[in-house]
Write a protein that binds this ligand. Structure first.
Ligand code: ATP
Length: 430
C-alpha cells in the first residue's frame, strides 16, 4: 500500500462503470453549484485495501439535502431526507442507493448522548469519525476529481494495519466505537494502535458501556457477529473485558470457544448447502452466547436488547437450554422421522443450526440435518382436495387425517398414492 494523492484511476477501475459515471456527474453538478463534494468513509478505505465496497457515502461542504434533491432530479431518482442530521438517501430508478450528507461537526453535550449537529468543513466532518482509516475522503469536483484528503494519517494506518482513534476523548464520546474497533480488527486482521488500546482499556474501566442503549449495543453486536469470523472478535472482546456488558455472567471459557467453533463449522455447512438462503448468522452466535449463560440468561438478554419479534421467538425457542431438545432428540430407541419433525416443527433455520452446533452427538446432528434438508419439506401425495373427492366431509378431521398421513409418509409406511388411500380408509374405519 502506498500513499496516494490521486485515486481517479482506482475509482475508474474498481467501481462498476455505472457508479463511476454517477460520481462523475455528481462532481459536475457540484462544480456548477460551486459546492465541494467528496466521497468518504468505508468506501475509500476499502478502495485503498482493494476490497469491493459499493456503499458510496458522499459529503457536501454545504447543504447536503438540497444537493441530494438536485442530483436526484437529474438522475430521475427519489430522495429521503433526514433534516435533523442534514443527510439524505437518493434512490435511483434501478434501485441503486447513494448516501449524501452535509459536512458537519458534532458536539456531545454529555458522554453517550446523541450529538448536536452543525454544518462545517470536510476536515471537521472527518474529525468526528471513529478511526483514521475511516476518515479519508476523495474529492469529486471537476479538476480535483480523485484527489485524496488525508488529514489524520489514515493511509499510514492502513499500511501499518492499525486502528487508531482521532483524539483521546473518542471512546468517551461514543463507547460503541470500542466495539467497532474490535470489528475492524476482526475483519481486516488489524490491531488497535498502542494509544488507542490504552484509551479503550480506560473506557472499559470507566464502565461507560452500561449507559449505552440496548439498541446501539445490539447494532454493534449484530455487526460483529455478521463478520466472517466473529469468534476471534468475541475473544478480543473478552480480552478487553467487554463481554460482561453483553451479560454480567458472560466470560470466555473453553466451553464457549468450543461452541463458537462448532457454530462456525455448522454455518459453513449450511451456507454450502443453501447458497441462496439468507440466514441471520449473528442470531446463531447470540444463541450460542445464550447457551453458556445461566438459566435466566435468555430472559436477561431479551430485557437488555430490543430484539425483533422473530428474533426473540427464535431465542426463546432455546430457553431452558437446547439441552431439553437435545435430550428428546437423543432418546432411545431412536425417534422416527415423524417424531423428530414433531420436536423441531416451526423452528427457524437459525435455531436448527444452533441446535446442531450444540449437539455433542453425531446421531442427533444427522437427525437435525435430515429434518432441515428433507423431512421438513416432505408432503404426502394426497391433499385436502383428495379427501373431499373421497367423500369425506370437510371438518376438523381433515387436520387429523392429513397429519397422520404425513407422519406415515415420513416414516416410510406409505409410498404410492394407492397406499396413501388405503391408509386413510383404514384410519377412518378405526
Ligand atoms: P462497513 O464496511 O462495516 O459498512 P463502514 O466504515 O462503512 O464499514 P458504517 O457503519 O457504514 O461503517 O459507517 C460509515 C462511516 O461513518 C464510517 O466509515 C465512519 O467514518 C463513520 N462512523 C460510523 N459509525 C461511527 C461512530 N460510531 N463514530 C464515528 N464515526 C462513525
Amino acid at each position: 500500500l502506498v500513499h496516494h494523492r490521486d485515486l481517479k484511476r482506482q475509482l475508474q477501475e474498481k467501481l462498476p462503470p455505472r457508479l463511476f459515471t454517477l460520481i462523475q456527474e455528481a462532481g459536475q453538478l457540484a462544480d456548477r453549484l460551486d459546492l465541494p463534494l467528496y466521497v468518504v468513509g468505508g468506501c475509500v478505505r476499502d478502495l485503498l485495501l482493494g476490497i469491493e465496497n459499493l456503499d458510496l457515502d458522499l459529503v457536501v461542504e454545504g447543504d447536503g439535502i438540497a444537493f441530494a434533491r438536485k442530483l436526484a432530479a437529474e438522475q430521475l431518482g427519489r430522495v429521503k431526507a433526514h433534516d435533523r442530521f442534514g443527510t439524505a438517501v437518493i434512490v435511483l430508478p434501478d434501485g441503486l442507493k447513494l448516501d449524501v450528507a452535509t459536512a458537519r461537526t458534532e458536539y456531545y453535550e454529555y458522554p453517550t448522548a446523541l450529538p448536536t449537529v452543525e454544518q462545517s468543513s470536510i476536515k471537521k466532518d472527518l474529525y468526528r469519525r471513529d478511526f483514521t482509516i475511516n476518515a479519508l475522503a476523495v474529492r469529486l469536483n471537476g479538476r480535483g476529481f480523485g484527489e485524496v484528503l488525508d488529514f489524520y494519517g489514515g493511509q499510514r494506518d492502513l499500511k501499518n494495519q492499525a486502528i487508531r482513534v482521532l483524539h483521546s476523548l473518542s471512546f468517551v464520546e461514543d463507547p460503541t466505537r470500542v466495539f467497532r474497533a474490535v470489528r475492524f480488527e476482526t475483519r481486516f486482521g488489524f490491531h488497535l494502535g498502542k494509544d488507542t488500546l490504552a484509551l479503550a482499556k480506560a473506557a472499559v474501566k470507566m464502565a461507560l458501556f452500561q449507559k449505552l442503549s440496548g439498541h446501539r449495543l445490539l447494532e454493534e453486536l449484530k455487526a460483529l457477529c455478521s463478520e466472517r469470523e466473529p469468534k476471534s472478535g468475541l475473544k478480543r472482546l473478552a480480552e478487553l473485558d467487554l463481554l460482561r456488558f453483553i451479560h454480567p455472567k458472560l466470560s470466555w471459557t473453553p466451553r464457549l470457544e468450543k461452541l463458537l467453533f462448532a457454530v462456525e463449522e455448522t454455518l459453513d455447512w449450511y451456507r454450502l448447502l443453501y447458497l441462496d438462503r439468507k440466514l441471520e448468522a449473528w442470531l446463531v452466535y447470540m444463541m450460542a452466547i445464550a447457551a453458556v449463560l445461566p438459566d435466566r440468561g435468555v430472559t436477561d438478554l431479551l430485557k437488555r436488547f430490543p430484539f425483533s419479534e422473530r428474533e426473540a421467538t427464535t431465542l426463546k425457542a432455546l430457553r431452558g437450554g437446547a439441552h431439553r431438545l437435545l435430550r428428546q432428540l437423543s432418546k432411545q430407541p431412536p425417534l422416527k422421522p415423524s417424531g423428530v419433525c414433531r420436536i423441531l416443527e416451526g423452528a427457524q433455520d437459525e435455531a436448527l443450526v444452533a441446535i446442531m452446533a450444540q449437539s455433542p452427538s453425531d446421531r442427533v446432528k444427522r437427525l437435525v440435518s435430515a429434518y432441515l434438508t428433507a423431512w421438513r419439506q416432505a408432503v404426502p401425495r394426497l391433499t385436502g382436495k383428495d379427501l373431499q373427492s373421497m367423500g369425506i366431509k370437510p371438518g376438523p378431521i381433515y387436520g387429523t387425517v392429513l397429519t397422520q398421513l404425513r407422519d406415515a409418509h415420513l416414516d416410510g409406511l406409505v409410498k404410492t398414492e394407492a397406499e396413501e388411500r388405503a391408509f386413510i380408509e383404514k384410519l377412518l374405519r378405526r
